[in-house]
Design a protein around this ligand. Sequence first.
Ligand code: FES
Length: 152
Amino acid sequence: MKYLTWTDEAALEVVREHAEKPGPMLLTLQALQERFGYVETSLLPSIAKELNVSRAEVHGVLTYYSDFRTTPPASRQIHLCVAEACQALGVRDVVKELAAAGYEVGERSKDGATDVVGVYCLGNCALGPAALVDGNLCGRVSAKSLVAQVTS
Ligand code: FES
C-alpha cells in the first residue's frame, strides 16, 4: 500500500475536511490513517482543537481501537487470521513456519519490510487459513505463499 508522507500541514487539512461532519472523531482518525498509514501522536493537541474535544478524548479513541497505528507501517502488510476456523485448518503451522522464515506474527519482519498482524476472522473461514496481503483477501495460504507475495 502506498501512503503519503506525513506532514502536519497535510494532516491538518484532512482533519479540517472532517471536523464539521457529525461524529467526526472516528472519521478523522480513519481518514488520517488511510492517507498516511498512521496517526502521528504529536498532532493530537491540534486534532483535539479542530474537533473541539479534549486531547484525552482523541488519545482515548486512538488507543482504544487496535487497528489505529501511531507509527509508520512497513511497506508490506500481512494480516493473518488466527481465529478458530483457521486454526482447525492449520494456521498454527503457518504461524510457526512464518516465524522460522523471519515473519513473526505480531512483529515487523526481520528484513523490516513487512508487518505481520494476527487478526480474528476475515469472513473467509471456508478457505482458511485466510489472510489479507496488502489488503487483498487470500485463502488456503501457507507460509511459503505469504512470503512469496510480500517479496515479489
Ligand atoms: S476464522 Fe479465519 S477467516 Fe474466519
